[in-house]
Ligand binder design. Structure first.
Ligand code: C5P
Length: 227
């Protein structure tokens, strides 16, 4: 069967990666978590002391961008690809609330976006890809055959992210997670370069009251209609 490109965008913690992973597995497609790439660049920025609560040395980061290599390796046990920063598996480190608190600032830098978008386009050039993020349907693959835009209430989203962090053993407060989700949505939607927008031809899915199974069936139906 002919392969297509599936772009999934939306606000933070709308369940994009869950549905993207399910779809990729079902269709035998590659799944690319572009948020993980921005998170890995953020971890690099933190590790080099270029960002903290008080300052952000954008020039230092931009100068070092060519020293950053981000790659993915499929983990058979997990059933998805984990992200590597300069050859080191950083899948766990990039999901902390601290990384989340800086990532939208790093992702607003045009040089960072330019480099990561180029890599994303390369990874999806042969189609057969499910990619999730904020600008996939608008910038990375504007000609994707299927574009989804996921939404859910801020409280539902914060609860999901909070539960994920607690399950991992992180000591976080619900209010801090909610504030982070709202802050990221604001910065991501208001930045100059590639702001988070629903592409005109994207199909909106509100999953506030959908079970994972209902959501998957709905999305699968849309995929089937695309062929
Ligand atoms: O998807 P996730 O919540 O892990 O993304 C983390 C952050 O990375 C987002 O809040 C956003 O600032 C940035 N991002 C982006 N463009 C993408 C994917 C993520 O700007 N395509």
């Amino acid at each position: 069967m002919q392969k297509i490109t599936i772009a999934i965008d939306g606000f933070s913690s709308t369940g994009k990666s869950t549905v993207a992973k399910q779809l990729a597995k079902h269709l035998g497609y590659i799944y690319v978590d572009t948020g993980a790439m921005y998170r890995a660049v953020t971890l690099f920025t933190m590790q080099n002391g270029f960002i903290d609560k008080e300052h952000f040395n954008i020039n230092a980061l931009v100068e070092k961008l060519r020293n950053i290599t981000i790659s993915f390796k499929f983990n058979k046990d997990l059933g998805f690809a984990e992200v590597y920063l300069n050859g080191v598996n950083v899948e766990k480190e990039i999901r902390t609330l601290e990384v989340s608190s800086f990532v939208s600032k790093v992702a607003a830098i045009p040089e960072v976006r330019y480099q990561l978008v180029k890599q994303q386009q390369q990874m999806g050039k042969d189609k057969g890809v499910v990619m999730d993020g904020r600008d996939i349907g608008t910038v990375v693959f504007p000609y994707a055959e299927l574009k989804l835009f996921m939404i859910a209430s801020a409280e539902k989203r914060a609860t999901r992210r909070f539960n994920e962090l607690i399950e991992r053993g992180d000591n976080v407060k619900y209010e801090d997670v909610l504030r982070n989700v709202q802050e990221r949505d604001y910065i991501d939607s208001n930045r100059e370069d590639s702001p988070l927008r629903k592409a005109e031809d994207a199909i909106e899915i509100d999953n506030s009251d959908l079970s994972l199974e209902e959501q998957f069936n709905k999305v699968l139906h849309l995929v089937e209609k695309t062929f």
